[in-house]
Design a protein around this ligand. Sequence first.
Ligand SMILES: [Zn+2]
Length: 233
Amino acid sequence: MRVLAVGAHPDDLELYCGGTLAKYADNSHEVIMAHLCSGNKGGTNITPEELAQTRGNEAKAAAKLIAAEVLGPIAGDLDLYPTEQMRIKTVDIIRQAKPDVIFTHSPNDYMADHVITSQLVFDASFSATVPLYKTSLPAHEDITPVFYMDTVAGVGFEPTDYVDITDYIETKKRMFLCHRSQFQWLEGHHKFEPISMLETVAKFRGLQCGVTYAEAFRKLNSWGRLRTERLLP
Ligand SMILES: [Zn+2]
């Protein structure tokens, strides 16, 4: 299978589905990690241009650990809107990735870039399959199933599906640790220590489904997105 995960910022996928992506990769599936925003405002005492460069490199280093491809960004942080131009760019990410399954943020996550990423992916994953919706790439064949990732700290998120990531928790941590520029920022601005948060949430979700560590997802339950086989690893 071809697995496309679309996060808002360069470290989101590692936090919310890194173990699942590592498991897919280990089972010989193709993994593509996209971030729609450059990460250029997630820091202090650095220019947005320098930060975008740093965070792009961090995303590549994390993806490299599971031999994943990296796509994006299409906008700066807090510059993502549900406009026609952004939808076309998101359609092209999907048309380029040709996914069998897509992961993205929950529509009720904690900040605008995450919520708009979710909305753009919902819109674009249908639009991408319409041949007369013209962009620079040919249409994707199938309306793709979508799984929403857990929210930050699991707030307001009701899972429908779980992935046992017990064997991949260390890879997930190593992937997140590539995002060195974010430790100080998250502890200072977001008031949490990311590795501890990552571990706590994975343990909590594991407790819900009877394993040591898990990641939780919610299936997009609408026509065209449902399949009879289990798509999660
Ligand atoms: Zn984010």
